[in-house]
Every structure is written in C-alpha cells, then in structure tokens.
Design a protein around this ligand. Sequence first.
Ligand code: UD1
Length: 394
Amino acid sequence: MPASGPPARIVCVVGARPNFMKIAPIMRAFADPQYGLAATLVHTGQHYDAAMKLALFEQLKIPEPDIDLGVGSGSHAVQTAEIMKRFEPVLDDVKPRAVLVVGDVNSTIACALVAVKKGIAVIHVEAGLRSGDRAMPEEINRVLTDQISDLLFTTERTAEANLLREGIAKERIHFAGNVMIDTLRYNLDAAVPAAITIGAHADADKTARFLKGFGILTLHRPSNVDDPEVLRSLLGVLGEIARDTPLVFPLHPRTRQRIEAAGLGSLLDGPDFICTEPQGYLEMLGLMKQARLVLTDSGGIQEETTALGIPCVTLRENTERPITAEQGTNTIVGRDPAKIRTCVADILQNGGKAGRVPEYWDGKAAERIAAATIAQWLHTPAPTGSRAWPAPTT
Ligand code: UD1
C-alpha cells in the first residue's frame, strides 16, 4: 500500500493503434485512489487518422490525452527522433516519478530512451517478448526498451527467460498477465455483432453469404506488404481461400497504399472479399467472435483469437508470442502458399486447435500492475542493483 502523501505521477505513453488497447485498463487501474498513483497520458501522434485513433479512444473509454505530440508518420529515424525531441520538454514540465511504455512500437523505445537519460524510471508493460527476428523493427524496439527499463511486466512466462538471458535482474521482472486481454474481457459484451459490420459494407445477398461462414484477414507487416511480389503471392492464395470462406479484410493504411501502388486492387474485387477501412475495436471484436478463422500478421490478434478460442493462421515465419501457438489456437505458417492452404483446409475440416486460455489472461493484469508492484515499488526504497527512484515531486 502506498504511504500517505501526494499521488505519484506516472507519464503513460501511447503512440500506435495496439498501444491503445493496452493502455485502457492501465489508465482505469491507475485512477483507483487506493494505489496512490496519478497518470498523465501522452499520445505521440504516431497514429493519427480517425480510423486509427479516434474511434479507438472513444470505444475503449481512454481519457483524452493530456498531451498530444502530433509527430505523424516518417521514416523510422525521423519518427523516433521527432518523438524524442517533443517528449523531452514534457518530462521537464511534468516531472513524473516514472514513465510507463507499452508494447514495441517506435513510440515505446523513443519515450523510454528520453526518460532513462533524464534519470526517470522506465516501466515496460509487455516486456520480454522475442521473435528472434531482428529484421522486424519491433524486435529492435523490444530488446532496447527492456534493456533500459527499471520495472518489466510480462504477459507469458517465456518472456522472463528471455529477459534473464539478456542479463535483466530477476527482481525487476514481474509476471502480471496480459493487459490486451483485460481490454478484451472488459468489452466482450459490447462487441458489435458481425451482421451489423458486414451489413454496413455489403448488399443483402453478399451479407447473407458471409454470415454463413466468413474469415477475417489483416496484413500490415512491412515484410508482407512492402514487396509487391510477396504481396501478390499472398493475395493470390488468400483469394483461393476466400472462394470457400469469404474474407473480411480491414485495410491498414500502409497496406492500402501498397496494394494501390502495386496495382493489385483487382485481386480483391468481387464477391469473396469485403475490404473496409480499419475497424473500431468493438467491430473487430464482434467479427472475431463469429469468424470461422482469422488470417493475420498482427501480434495482438494472435493473442485475442487465443483468448476467444478462434483458430488463427499467422502469416509470419515466427512469433514473439509463442504461448498462442503452444497453448492457444494459433498456427504459425509463414508465407508459403502450400502451407497456408494446408493449414486452412485442416481448420475447416477439423475445427483447428482446441486451445486454452493462458495463465493470468484473466482480465486482471492492469490491477496486478498497479497493485502488486508499481504502488509498492514507488513507495519503498529502490531494489538493490536498480537505479534509485528520482526524488518525489510535489
Ligand atoms: C506501427 C508499428 C507496428 C504496429 C502497427 C499497428 C512501429 C515500428 N510499427 O506500424 O509495430 O503493429 O503500428 O498498426 O512502430 N499511416 C496513416 N495513418 C495513420 C498512421 C499511419 O496513413 O494514422 C500510414 C502512413 O503512410 C505511414 C504508414 O501508415 O507511413 C505506416 O505507419 P507507421 O506508424 O510508420 O507504422 P505501422 O505500419 O502503422
């Protein structure tokens, strides 16, 4: 329990779409007065489109950011540097006790790096996930953020082993569970029925066909969408699958641009696809709940489908979330058309993996983060081997 005194202020950072689902339950937990915490929410502006930000903030009931850095898009270097430049004065002004970052996007490493160099403690939620693939920008962000974090919260037990192997002190690591799944459980009953979302994008005949059994497709990884030949091959095999199981395909802005630039839009015309703008959280949840299967290269969707018990086919060569394949409903197939076909056929014939919900994916991760650790840690001396906490601000 926190000592009496003013609440300890923590700057919480979000930047890109998957961060929003993770910060929502953390903001709720931090608002509980019993923990003696106060949050300042900073949005870097990495994602800024209405579909990528506004709908999610509203649906997830995330408070409006206290500060929006408005960085927008750019190369990795430009985006990361711009976030850093704009974030530093925020810390000078707010003088928080700690900066909390989530996930693995450019905003995560940029803000963690600014904080650590100013002697402000860094808290990383969703620490220790490793794909082993350093060609993924997110893998670089994960490794570096974990190295400079003072308090690391993990979502699955393999993450702790990864961190220990990289020399992170054990007392800094806490297995808290999955905040993304906190959000899923919190919103499950409010999910928008698939019939409404599909009906909004198709005529009555097409809607009826989809509702007999549809899949969901999401693609946005540079490794899948940036090379026109890779993209053409993927859309080819996905088109074959869609003849049997029509696919709802919410298009990430990067993917839409790449499809248009490569002249591949015609592959998605016709009765087997419904292509949409990025969906809101509640629409996506409703679609996933009712889907026969989900094909994706997203990280979060691998976890959400495992929590929902829906078969997931991951169109990547690896995953940083191995528990979804070991215990959940996920199969990692990569981009080989033959493997994708075989995996989908198996799911349609046999229903896919039974799967079970992993430990601590129970809707209470954010409470554990606030209660068991941050509050105690903030109000007790720094553990041996850690940098001292900065002096409390009043
Ligand atoms: C980022 C994350 C990725 C995450 C994904 C979820 C990094 C390195 N990548 O990838 O881990 O899975 O978000 O969506 O941080 N764009 C818009 N509107 C927006 C945002 C982006 O049009 O609101 C377009 C821009 O052309 C931009 C491109 O999408 O250049 C890519 O955006 P960016 O934030 O650089 O990376 P994502 O691919 O979204």
